[in-house]
Design a protein around this ligand. Structure first.
Ligand code: 5GP
Length: 205
């Protein structure tokens, strides 16, 4: 078998990447989710070891010092998120292709680490205004946290061209179908195959 590939779904916060990742995991058995480590508070309904490995800041920093991360970021002030090498190894050892839901900077770093074994997909909102409305409608954050997320999303929108392709999430149903085709095409025929798709603004060089 070919060595497993990596699919990195990234986006400004609120563009709908988590919905896309969850959908792909449901419909494709050859994919497995890379469970990140993070230091933020566990939200209601989240499961430790399934959604994230929830660590204390001390534990997280010890793992950073021990070189255990492929990449990590302070995504929000005092909130660290990172991809553990052991996690990618665990999943690829099972023969699975690995799918990641990570922020734009982490995605740039993972791509550097894995090169053409990895596809980076930037999920773009139809417009910045729509993105901010979606963030407000989520209601999982307090005002201060929401303000931080809007500021960050504004900066994240500028990253688009650093990734292999862009998927615009205008109509969710369409975006989910396109995401399935993009993943299938990458796994079967790599970047050459993706070049031939009529959607997904292709930037890979
Ligand atoms: P949330 O707190 O909403 O679960 O995630 C906040 C942001 O952190 C999201 O953009 C999410 O994709 C990102 N994130 C989750 N895991 C990782 C990771 O391992 N590394 C990086 N760099 N970002 C991550």
């Amino acid at each position: 078998m070919d060595s497993p590939k990596l699919i990195i779904i990234t986006a400004p916060s609120g563009a709908g990447k988590t919905t896309i990742v969850k959908h792909l995991l449901k419909v494709r058995e050859n994919l497995a989710f890379s469970i990140s480590a993070c230091t933020r508070t566990q939200r209601y309904g989240e499961v430790n070891g399934l959604d994230y490995y929830f660590l204390s800041t001390g534990e997280f920093k010890r793992k950073v010092a021990a070189g255990e991360f492929v990449e990590f970021e302070e995504v929000y002030e005092n909130q660290f998120y990172g991809t553990l090498k052991s996690e990618v190894e665990r999943l690829t050892a099972l023969g699975k292709n690995v799918i990641f839901d990570i922020d734009v900077r982490g995605a740039v770093n993972i791509k550097k680490y894995y090169g053409d074994r990895a596809l980076t997909v930037f999920v773009a909102p139809p417009s910045p205004q729509i993105l901010f409305e979606r963030l407000r409608a989520r209601k999982t954050e307090d005002e201060e946290s929401l303000r931080k997320r809007i500021a960050r999303a504004t900066e994240e929108l500028t990253y688009e061209r650093k990734f292999d392709l862009t998927l615009v999430n205008n109509d969710l149903e369409t975006a989910l179908n396109e995401a399935e085709t993009i993943v299938d095409t990458f796994l079967s025929s790599g970047f050459e195959g993706l070049k031939k798709l009529s959607y997904g603004n292709f930037h890979h060089e």
